[in-house]
Design a protein around this ligand. Structure first.
Ligand SMILES: NC(=O)c1ccc[n+]([C@@H]2O[C@H](COP(=O)([O-])OP(=O)(O)OC[C@H]3O[C@@H](n4cnc5c(N)ncnc54)[C@H](O)[C@@H]3O)[C@@H](O)[C@H]2O)c1
Length: 297
């Protein structure tokens, strides 16, 4: 029996790359999987899972399309009778510096990541809330539900040339916390991963090249065990958390917290007062652009 036997999962953008690996591992762990992507790559991945003895169907459609997102959630329910796990993964990059970015580059990337995460989550939440009304207090209680979102190190640390992508990915971390606060009462946990792997999105970078021997650090399949773990009942106490996942590494990100505070003694601050208290606010910490906080390549 796999860690996800009896569960029903959706993976968005699962026609290739990291999403494909998630869909394959979730299926290998026993989940029935709805494989989403824009076109026929979704069909191919679903067919490969079925050929391997797993349960999967393809659902083509854009995660930025509100009604396609509704149809995606409905497909899981119609096909497999329920929905337990939503893995929001679909996305693309259109990098440019702020002074070169075009409107379409900005809008499309913000949409695919932010709306493309929110729209499936919205329809999953509608279903789970309605289900909770029916199931609450019954003998079986509420099933465990999961959303696993996909951010990026650019969203955590701010990648230059990614004012569209990094901002949207940062928003996904906040969206994760918001959804976790809203949906906990329906037995839903919401967590977030920042993967780093060799995929069509990153393979132009020679640092991701597969080594001739030894551990293939940037094999996209290295990311998926963390997703399957977060999707499983083992992770029922993990909520609103973010992890960087690459190779053999999992890094937990410390939640945002207040570092230092000033209080004005029931008086409005003045500019001069803030200037004088500046060192106290930083408490010896650097006050400029923070160092990149991600693990080395
Ligand atoms: N590969 C990395 O190192 C890396 C690093 C940080 C974050 N990520 C994130 O991981 C996720 C997967 O990236 P990947 O590297 O596997 O990329 P990828 O390009 O290989 O795969 C992304 C998939 O999403 C699909 N997609 C794009 N727009 C879609 C839409 N509107 N609706 C449905 N599907 C859509 C694409 O067709 C593609 O199959 C993305 O959210 C990406 O931003 C990846």
């Amino acid at each position: 029996m796999g860690a996800l036997t009896g569960k029903v999962a959706i993976v968005t953008g699962a026609g290739q790359g990291v999403g494909r690996c998630h869909a394959e591992l979730l299926a290998a762990e026993g989940a029935a999987v709805v494989v989403n992507d824009l076109g026929e790559s979704a069909d191919a991945v679903a067919a490969a899972i079925v050929a391997n003895g797993g349960r999967a169907v393809a659902q083509r459609g854009s995660v930025t399309d509100w009604s396609a997102a509704e149809a995606l959630v409905q497909r899981a329910i119609n096909e497999f009778g329920d929905l337990h796990i939503l893995v929001n993964n679909a996305g693309f990059i259109r990098d440019a510096m702020s002074f070169s970015m075009e409107e379409q580059q900005f809008d499309s990337v913000v949409s695919v990541h932010l709306k493309g995460h929110f729209a499936p989550a919205h329809f999953a939440a509608v279903y789970w809330r309605n289900q909770a009304k029916v199931l609450e207090g019954t003998e079986g209680g509420l099933p465990q539900r999961r959303i696993i979102n996909t951010t990026s190190e650019s969203g955590l640390f701010g990648g230059p040339g990614q004012g569209n992508y990094g901002s949207a990915k940062g928003g996904i971390i906040t969206m994760t916390t918001i959804l976790a606060r809203e949906l906990g009462r329906y037995n839903v946990t919401v967590n977030c991963i920042a993967p780093r792997a060799r995929t069509p999105m990153t393979e132009v970078n020679p640092k991701f090249t597969k080594p001739e021997s030894g551990f293939d650090k940037y094999d996209p399949a290295n990311i998926s065990p963390m997703v399957a773990f977060l999707a499983s009942d083992h992770a029922s106490d993990i909520n609103a958390q973010t992890f960087i996942v690459l190779g053999d590494q999992v890094h937990r990100i410390r939640p945002t917290e207040i570092a230092n505070s000033l209080t004005g003694g029931d008086k409005q601050w003045t500019v001069e007062g803030l200037a004088a208290a500046k060192d106290q606010l930083f408490g010896g910490s650097p006050s400029g652009v923070p160092a990149w906080g991600g693990p080395p390549m």
